[in-house]
Design a protein around this ligand. Sequence first.
Ligand code: B16
Ligand code: MG
Length: 223
Amino acid sequence: MSKPIEAFIFDLDGVITDTAEYHFLAWKELAKDIGITFTKEDNEELKGISRMESLEKILKLGGKENDFSKEEKEQLAAKKNEHYLTLIQNITPDDILPGIKPLIEEIKKHGLKLGLASVSKNAIAVMESLGLKDKFDVIVDAAKIQHGKPDPEIFLTAAKLLNVETAACIGLEDAAAGVDSIKGAKMFAVGVGSEETLRKADIVYSKTELLSYGNIIREFEGA
Ligand code: B16
Ligand code: MG
């Protein structure tokens, strides 16, 4: 028998809103500038991974991991972020993915706590544009952690700040690295995306519109 549920902890990019697509477009253009072909499939590997680690993976993909100095890499990452910032400029509450608002409302209605675990340095700005920042009890972003996903630190920190035990938390993720982070924190993991990529999750929904509070709680209680 599991503990009674106390909190839901959401990933941002790819779960609450589709900024994953904007990250992809910005990386694709940067990769092209330096002569690397970067596909949507390659992008799967970057989901939930920090900005600098993402750049390192792209350089490796193109066999250019030793071609740039630390300063040059920082410039490349900054260039990608500038482009990304222009892409997310027009984000509004209409960009909240289907099924997320009703799920958040159910969570609130049941008096549960709500946390965000995003490794994005732009998380607070995006949450503000979506009109969701004040609904969350805790936002853990890149500024609050040392180790990104798949390390469990980000979900552990969210649980700690919410003052709940990890066994009483449900984490939601669209990335394999994020699911590893949730499971490393010993939480119940809800995956959004493909079963194959997210096979370590306790339950997987192919799209956010299929997320159901009742169903998630039943699975959590049965785990
Ligand atoms: P930034 P999440 C992650 O956010 C994205 O999934 C990942 O693709 C991105 O590289 C990372 O944020 C860093 O983002 O460049 O804005 O700091 O999925 O943890 O919400
Ligand atoms: Mg994500």
